[in-house]
Design a binder for this molecule. Structure first.
Ligand SMILES: CC(C)(COP(=O)(O)OP(=O)(O)OC[C@H]1O[C@@H](n2cnc3c(N)ncnc32)[C@H](O)[C@@H]1OP(=O)(O)O)[C@@H](O)C(=O)NCCC(=O)NCCS
Length: 160
């Protein structure tokens, strides 16, 4: 289930953001004590910020954000998809199901809106997920000492 963040998710947010495994291809985790200090009681709520809930507990986060300052011109101003799941929830198809639902929500909220996604090419799980969701390659580029992949997704529109 996709839902808004709630105060009870704070512990899982800290776990997610402090996880070295989750941040292998994302520039490394944030220190746990810093997160404990900085994360407010109720995580920020805004349209496009989803908690992924499995049987009443948070297992991941999906963000759909407008990429105002993206480093690739093709992505500037586009909606950008991001996803982080707890390692214990990997390998079950939950991320694919949840991201597809988030894209479906966006297609209803902003019909016709394309979405971009940037991920390291070394992040094999993320690359497989992007392909499964229907993202196609725009370009590859070097950043943060790694090869990055920029993909784009467009909703299927029916005509007539
Ligand atoms: C990227 C990430 C979300 C992918 O998670 P994931 O669980 O591998 O992705 P999916 O939901 O697509 O699940 C696919 C796996 O579930 C398996 N699976 C098991 N049961 C399934 C089912 N009923 N339906 C679909 N897939 C199923 C698939 O076979 C596949 O396994 P495989 O990769 O070993 O072949 C996760 O690795 C993650 O959070 N990484 C850290 C954060 C990160 O790097 N984010 C990228 C930011 S750009």
């Amino acid at each position: 289930m996709l839902r808004e963040p709630e105060a009870r998710d704070r512990t899982v947010f800290v776990e997610l953001l402090a996880s070295a495994e989750v941040h292998t291809y994302l520039g490394g985790p944030r220190p746990r004590d810093e997160l404990e200090r900085e994360l407010s009681g109720v995580p920020e709520r805004w349209p496009g910020s989803f908690v992924v809930d499995l049987d009443g507990a948070m297992i991941g986060q999906i963000l759909l954000r407008r990429a105002t300052g993206h480093r690739r011109p093709a992505a500037v101003g586009k909606v950008d998809l991001g996803y982080l799941f707890l390692p214990r929830a990997w390998g079950h198809g939950y991320a694919a199901e949840a991201c597809a639902a988030a894209l479906d929500w966006l297609a209803g909220a902003l019909p016709g809106e394309p979405v971009v996604l940037a991920t390291q090419t070394a992040n094999a799980r993320s690359m497989r997920l992007a392909a499964k969701l229907g993202f196609t390659e725009v370009e590859r580029f070097e950043a943060w000492d790694a090869e990055q992949w920029l993909g784009m997704w467009s909703p299927v529109t029916t005509s007539g």
